[in-house]
Structures are given as C-alpha cells and as structure tokens.
Design a protein around this ligand. Structure first.
Ligand code: ADP
Ligand code: F6P
Length: 468
C-alpha cells in the first residue's frame, strides 16, 4: 500500500492537536494525518551550530514524524530571510516590505536541497509525496535530481499574487520553473489559480489546456483550487467541552452584558490589525451611544519575532491600542482588550462562542481558518455574526458573512454596527448557511480531494457543486 509523505517547514506532531498552536497549516495537517499511516517530514524547529543531516524519527499517534535540525545561517536566510522577508510579503501584495537579498536566495535553495537530501532515503517506490507551502516551492526539483519518480504534489497555503506583482521577484521565472517538477499544484482559491495560469501563459509562454493542465518548460502539470477547511466536527466538540464552557463563562462574566467583538490572529501585517483597530474606533465615533456597550477583544499572538517588520508592527499596535483606550476609556469601561498570548483550541472555542461578532479582516489571506472556527464554535440558537474581508480566501465560500473591504474604514465601521444590531432571525439564517459549508468542506474533504487528484483519480466535481 502506498504511504503518504507530507513535507512542511513546521511539523506539529498529531499528539499536540488538543493544544492551541499558531498557524492554519499545522492545525490542518495534524487533523489530516491523524487518519493516515504516513510520514510527516520537516524542520524540528531546533538550531545547531552546523547542519548534520541527522534525522530524528519518532512514532506519534500512528504517524511517523521525521525531523531535521537546521543551522543558524539556514534559519536566518531561509526561514527569516527568503520565506518571511521575501516571499511572504510579496505573495501578500506588500511589495513595499519585500527584501531581496542574494544570501536569502542561496539559503532558501540550500535548505530545500538539504530537505531533499535528507528525505530521499526515506522514500519508497509507491509513496505519494505532498509538499506544503511557500517555504518549499523548489523541493520537487531537488528530489527529481535524486531521480525520484514518485508522484509529488504541492499545496500553497497563501495567495498566489497577480502576475505583475510576482514579476517584481528577481528570478521569478526560475522559481516557477521549479514548480513544473510537481505532478499537481493546489491553490486555496480560483483567484490564485487564475493568477498562476496567467503567469504561465503570458509570462512563461506556456499553454493552458481545456482540462486545466498546464504546459511550460517542456513539462505538463495539473493545477487546481482546493480550499482548505477545518476539522469541523472536532472543533464543534471542543466548543462544547468543559474547558470551552469554563472559558465561555469566564468571558460572559467579564463582559457584564456588553457585546464582545472578537479578533484572533497571528500578529502579522497581512491580518489588517491596524485597519481593524481604526475601523472600530470609527464605529465608536460614528455611534457614541455604543461607548460602554461593546468592546473589542483582539487576541494577537506574536510570530516571526526575529523579522523587523513584525517588531515594527507590534510597536505600532501597542501604541494604537493604547491611544484608543486613552481617548475613549472610562473608569469602568475599556474599549480595546488587546492580548498577545496564545490559547488552547478549546479555550479559543469558548471565547469565539461568547462573542457577538467575529472580526476577520485580513488585507490578504490564503484562506483564514479563524473565520471557519468562529462559525463552528457558535451556539446555533444564538449565534454571533461573522464580518469577513473580501480579501480572505474564505470569502469565496463564506458568502453569508458580512463581507467587507478592510481598506474602507467607514464601511467596516458600518458593518460592525450592522453586526451588533442584527436581529436573531437573520443571525440564525446566516450562521446556518455558513455552518453547512464549514462542515461539508472540512479538512478531510480537502485532503481527500487533493490526495485523490495526486493519485490520478478524477476530482469529485459533483460534491464541489453540491456544496457550492
Ligand atoms: P495563519 O495560517 O496565517 O496563521 P489562519 O487563520 O488560517 O491564519 O490560521 C490560524 C490558526 O492559528 C487558527 O487555527 C487559529 O485558531 C490559530 N491561532 C491564531 N491565534 C491564536 C492564539 N492566540 N492562540 C491559539 N491559536 C491561535
Ligand atoms: O498558513 C500560512 C502559514 O504561513 C503557514 O505556512 C505557517 O505554518 C503558519 O502560517 C504560521 O507561520 P509560522 O510557521 O511562520 O509561524
């Protein structure tokens, strides 16, 4: 029987799934791999003086986890450098924040080579290999250099940018050429898929076939959209657990009858946190009678702290939340509760459930799993309202949310007002529509679809249509 080998930069052993962790990729894969007798390969998160290529192999929850350490220079050039100073801002349309450094390119290719060299001896003839995300775009090319003939798939968890944005990357063509060593490439949305197709056809001189295959650089690959979901049933169970209930009660008591507008994000500039704070302030200014009646609960966990743009953002948010509170707070009301710590999943579920409004307003996001978790955690009898950015991949599926343009402060302020005042009947209807889709297109649906396509089986188009 063929095994599934998942490769990702960050590896969260499945035994950790009960604990709150940051990052949609880690959450999604731990849920997906729980049922697979596969191998999950990636970086241990540990740093050594010099790279050894040593693999630590452990069996956790039925999954073999194979981890390799990286050396300090690798982490700086590959993870903090090319992945998070070059590709991340570029793919999120923040060309103003992109750093192009030759050493980052070199480090990125070196680590991909090291991953390929270390993974290669583990690969058996019939294994399917599934590579995750922007850290590892060229991995298939490096594996093919070892004569690996297995089927290799790639899934991009972040957006693929518009052609003219992508073309600002030095050596953009070389990077795309490496993708043609995969058999299948998956994107979160049709939007990202189209942007990739446009690049291949109009920049790389390739061809888009009627069945969706792409030919360029003398090779033909499959490319399609596979919107990722959450482990919906488990999240609903978590939202009904004792721990969630305890957090729900804690929140409700501390709300003292006030409506809670909640945001939960990594502290990342793609998440639109400053714009969100300012829109909330605009809402208070537009509706002075709401002062003391609502508050914003923003949970923003620090991430990628060695990267300067993240340090700058943190400083700006500290100052902005302080200013809004200084200007609007009274002796018995604080308008913004700004929290930098991480919570367990069941605790988060309790917080979501106690919220009257979920504010998910990234400026650009591959999917955004928080939007789906918020919906799954609600009490169907008295659900909260989801406000969702049109620039989150999730907006293509979650049309019953209040969809907003996160760059439009007034429109966001009015959406907050609409959400806070929405009648129960409308809240129930919107929530029912959203929940149906969150359950139908969950993480298992996503994985099964991708793996079936990677094996060469036909896509389950009828199921896609049924829930569309
Ligand atoms: P990204 O992958 O860019 O971080 P997503 O919204 O897709 O964005 O996924 C974020 C994941 O991280 C979600 O599963 C969410 O529950 C989790 N998360 C975000 N912030 C926190 C936090 N403060 N504590 C615990 N988990 C968090
Ligand atoms: O989902 C996007 C993503 O970048 C994942 O690839 C990543 O694991 C997650 O967000 C968190 O980022 P990091 O691994 O850098 O903490």
């Amino acid at each position: 029987m063929s095994r599934l080998i998942v490769v990702s930069n960050r590896v969260n052993p499945p035994a950790d799934t009960a604990v709150g962790t940051q990052g949609g990729l880690a959450m999604a894969l731990s849920a997906a791999l729980r049922e697979e007798n596969g191998i999950w390969f990636g970086w241990s998160g540990q740093v050594t003086d010099t790279y050894t290529g040593h693999l630590s192999i452990q069996k956790i929850g039925g999954v073999t986890v194979a981890l390799t350490d990286l050396e300090q220079q690798d982490v700086q050039e590959y993870y903090n450098g090319y992945a998070n100073r070059t590709l991340w801002p570029l793919f999120h349309y923040r060309t103003d924040l992109v750093a192009f450094e030759r050493t980052y390119d070199e480090g990125y290719l070196r680590v991909n080579q090291r991953f390929a060299d270390t993974l290669f001896p583990l690969i058996e003839k019939d294994d399917l290999i599934w590579v995750q995300d922007y850290h590892l775009l060229p991995l298939a090319q490096k594996l093919r250099e070892h004569e690996v003939k297995n089927r290799i798939g790639f899934f991009l968890h972040i957006p693929w940018p518009a052609m003219r944005v992508f073309q600002t990357l030095p050596k953009h063509m070389e990077l795309v050429e490496t993708l043609f060593d995969y058999d299948l490439i998956g994107f979160q949305t049709e939007d990202s898929l189209s942007a990739f197709q446009e690049y291949v056809v109009n920049c790389a001189g390739g061809e888009l076939h009627a069945d969706g295959r792409l030919t360029a650089f003398g090779k033909t690959i499959q490319a399609a959209a596979f919107p990722i979901g959450i482990d919906a049933e488990e999240f609903i169970t978590a939202a009904n657990s004792d721990k969630a209930l305890a957090f729900y009660n804690l929140m409700r008591n501390s709300q003292a009858g006030r409506k809670m507008i909640t945001g939960v994000d990594r502290l990342d500039y793609s998440k639109g946190l400053e714009e969100r704070f300012l829109a909330y302030e605009q809402f208070l200014n537009n509706h002075p009678r709401m002062e003391g009646e609502v508050f914003l609960m923003q949970i923003a966990t620090a991430t990628r702290e060695e990267v300067g743009t993240y340090q700058d953002l943190r400083a700006r948010l500290d100052s902005l939340s302080g200013r809004i509170n200084g200007e609007h707070a009274t002796i018995d009301w604080v308008p913004v509760r700004y929290v930098n710590r991480a919570y367990r999943r069941d605790e988060l579920a309790g917080i979501y459930r106690a919220s009257q409004v979920g504010l998910v307003t990234p400026l650009r996001d591959g999917m955004n799993l928080v939007a789906k978790e918020f919906v799954a955690a609600q009490d169907e009898r008295d659900p909260g309202v989801l406000i969702l950015s049109e620039f989150a991949g999730a907006a293509a599926q979650m049309k019953a949310a209040l969809i907003v343009n996160p760059f439009d402060r007034q429109a966001m302020a009015e959406a907050i007002s609409e959400a806070v005042h929405m009648p129960l009947k409308e809240r129930r209807q919107r929530h029912a529509d959203l929940l149906e889709d969150v359950k139908a297109r969950d993480v298992v649906w996503w994985r099964n679809d991708f793996v079936a396509r990677l094996k060469g089986e036909p896509v389950r188009l009828h199921e896609v249509e049924a829930v569309a």
